[in-house]
Design a protein around this ligand. Structure first.
Ligand code: UDX
Length: 430
């Protein structure tokens, strides 16, 4: 099939290279000329396992093509995917202006019957609006259908998540659109769940918000564990053998970050409010997360008389391991608090350093290794679960730090081993 994909961010780019991988002809459109030029040379603007390799393979086979020429790209494909961003607005609602501008461009340029598929995460009812908008603005007399196909990939494992998805959710209003999407996904050989458009839109939020809720529940329990003298890791282990609960997303820590959970929890809350409904479960998850971010900092404030002039090692900037993304990362909330108090910070992150320098003008030093960041420091904060940090021997903190005082937001170390190594160690819920 011939596909056009609007947007070359995480969602659009990964979908594009994976559809090309299974033999479809794919044109990806983006307004960013530099990015398009890079992509046509086989260089991925984001770091993701296998992405660069699949990208180059698609280009070499002539199945993949990047362009800024949307007029040409929307003219006559079989299917157009909308994979542009829907960032959060100040009130928590989703910004749909990118989706709307693509819809307008499609309406003005499409010259044959076509299925438009919304892959971006959009509030329930948006697909209906997109369909109406395109139909109302069509320049050529063609038949346009709109389907929803939410994306469930996680950063760091995006290509794998798309190639081996546990399910493909499609939201369709008739058998014709369903047939096209089933055909398109046939080479992936994955279970397809076909539901109504509104149910598909809702499924995306429901799945993400459930995972956010699961994490906030564990964080809430972790705080209680500390008070009653239980260990959240042991509690999670005991829970995990129950197949109804499952073993994943039970890790307590310094709160979830990233582009999806913070945005999608607020978007669903906002949507509920629009209908006069108070979505209490999700509100609770958001509240717990907002507080959890500052958990370590508060613990440290209880222990320290001042941070003024204190050498602080910050280990990890990214919102999770395996990505250079800093969006809603706990580090970004905590660093300004430490700096305001006069802390002298040296930060280490294996891949997010450049992003941090570009996006934030924090008055701090950057180290090229964990060891360099720790050397001579008086307090250490761990914000990301990078293997480089996890694999450290407890004795390293004792040897390199001036005073071995460690605040671990990811529970990467065994408290007993840290104690035996002579490290004063604080983690979450144990
Ligand atoms: C998530 C969903 O997993 C994905 O399906 C959806 O499409 C987009 O949002 P992502 O944001 O890339 O993906 O990362 P994920 O691995 O889910 O982690 C999100 C946040 O939760 C991270 O900050 C992570 O550190 C945190 N987390 C995750 C926990 O604190 N505890 C856990 O047990 C799991």
């Amino acid at each position: 099939m011939h596909l056009t994909i609007a947007g070359t961010g995480y969602v659009g780019l990964v979908a594009g290279v994976c559809f090309a991988k299974v033999g479809h002809h794919v044109t990806c459109v983006d307004i960013d000329e530099k990015k398009v030029e890079m992509l046509n040379k086989g260089l991925s603007p984001i770091y993701e396992t296998d992405l660069q390799e699949y990208l180059q393979e698609g280009l070499e086979k002539g199945l993949l093509h990047f362009t800024t020429n949307y007029r040409e790209a929307y003219k006559s494909p079989d299917v157009i995917f909308i994979g542009v961003g829907t960032p959060e607005l100040p009130d928590g609602s989703a910004n749909l202006s990118y989706v709307a501008s693509v819809a307008r461009q499609i309406a003005e340029n499409v010259e044959r019957d076509c299925l438009v598929v919304v892959k971006s995460t959009v509030p329930v009812g948006t697909n209906d609006k997109v369909e109406q908008f395109i139909k109302d603005s069509l320049v050529h007399p063609v038949r346009i259908e709109v389907a929803s196909n939410p994306e469930f990939l996680a950063q760091g494992t995006a290509v794998h998540d798309m190639m081996h998805a546990q399910r493909i959710v499609i939201g369709v209003e008739d058998k014709h659109a369903e047939g096209i999407l089933r055909e398109l996904y046939k080479p992936f050989n994955l279970p397809v769940v076909a539901v109504s458009r509104r149910s598909a839109e809702m499924t995306k939020y429901a799945a993400n918000d459930f995972l956010a809720l699961k994490i906030s529940y564990m964080n809430d329990l972790a705080n209680l564990c500390e008070l009653v003298g239980a260990n959240i890791e042991d509690v999670a282990l005991g829970m995990s053998y129950d197949e109804r609960i499952g073993s994943r997303f039970l890790k307590a820590g310094i709160g979830y970050g990233g582009s999806c959970f913070p945005k999608d929890t607020k978007a669903l809350q906002y949507l509920a409010t629009q209908y006069g409904y108070n979505l209490r479960t999700v509100s609770a998850a958001v509240d717990v997360n907002n507080e959890q971010r500052y958990k370590l900092y508060r613990k440290a404030c209880n222990r320290m008389i001042t941070f003024n002039g204190i050498k602080v090692a910050v280990l990890g900037l990214a919102f999770k391991a395996g990505t250079d993304d800093l969006r809603e990362s706990p580090s970004i909330y905590n660093i300004p608090l430490l700096l305001d108090q006069g802390a002298l910070i040296t930060a280490f992150d294996p891949v997010a350093e450049e992003n941090c320098k570009r996006q934030y003008q924090f008055e701090m030093q950057y180290a090229s290794s964990v060891e360099q960041a720790l050397t001579g420091s008086q307090v250490c904060f761990i914000f990301t679960d990078w293997p480089e940090i996890r694999s450290l021997s407890p004795s390293v903190f004792k040897q390199l730090m001036r005073t071995p005082l460690v605040y671990d937001g990811r529970n990467l170390f065994n408290p007993r081993a840290m104690l035996e190594a002579g490290v004063e160690y604080y983690s979450i819920g144990r």
